[in-house]
Design a binder for this molecule. Structure first.
Ligand SMILES: [Zn+2]
Length: 245
């Protein structure tokens, strides 16, 4: 079974029922990550595997969201925390606000013993320091596209790296080398749907995850079913449950 560890279900054009059906037809399970409070409410009951988090794009100084986040996490005992992280591109909220929002959520994840789906853009060294400060090691860096040195830091902490549609592009991305050489037991897959479309497509969707898997399996020189099995086992290990319905 393929597991897509990051889908933004509420942003997809198709209603959730058809996305769920299309994914089921392709034997793909997916984790739907809600990135701000209205999305958290919307996602509950629409799909079985959930993550709740305040994305750095929506980082705000006020903390009304924190109580709601904690409530959703407690009411959904298998849910993960995500996407959360740091994004230091100029159009994003002030860094200091992002840092506070990120660390509060890391601390909550640690307290509730949940795994975390992390968004890191132009911020890897800050994300690494925050993870070290909080002492959190159950995490995946989503759509990882950094260098081998950065990957080594995350892996040394116990983290996972997830590969996405970028790997289907020519010229091949630099991060491919990381996925080739990293320990296979820390590798995950995602579509980030509807973002990060695969080569030649306008929009991504969890039903396309096997295409990413087949492309990466070729690069790793293993069979597609071997990659399917190992990435499934990795997802079960990180999120601490079996993806069955
Ligand atoms: Zn992201």
């Amino acid at each position: 079974m393929w597991v897509d560890v990051n889908v933004h279900l509420e942003l997809m054009l198709a209603p959730s029922v058809s996305v769920n059906q299309a994914a089921a037809a392709m034997a793909v399970k997916f984790i739907a990550t809600g990135t701000y409070p209205d999305q958290w409410d919307w996602l509950v009951d629409r799909t079985p595997y959930l993550a709740f988090g305040l994305h750095p794009r929506y980082a705000v100084q006020t903390s009304d969201w924190m109580l709601l986040l904690e409530r959703h996490l407690r009411e959904n005992p298998r849910s993960a925390v995500g996407e959360i992280g740091l994004d230091f591109r100029p159009q994003m909220p002030a860094r200091e606000v992002q840092r506070v929002v990120f660390e509060r959520q890391l601390a909550l994840a640690k307290e509730l013993d949940r795994s975390v789906i992390i968004h890191a853009v132009k911020s890897h060294s800050e994300v690494i320091s925050a993870l070290r400060r909080v002492g959190l090691n159950r995490f995946v860096i989503h759509a990882f596209s950094g260098s081998e040195n950065i990957a080594a830091d995350y892996l040394a902490m116990g983290g996972y790296l997830s590969a996405g549609g970028l790997l289907t592009y020519t010229p091949r991305p630099k991060a491919l080398q990381v996925f080739r050489s990293m320990p296979r037991n820390r590798l995950l897959l995602e579509t980030d749907a509807p973002d990060l479309p695969l080569a030649g497509m306008d929009q991504s969707s969890p039903e396309y995850l096997p295409i990413i898997g087949q492309s990466l399996a070729l690069d790793l020189e293993i069979s597609s079913s071997a990659l399917e099995q190992l990435s499934y086992a990795n997802a079960c290990a990180l999120f601490d449950y079996e993806f069955v319905q």
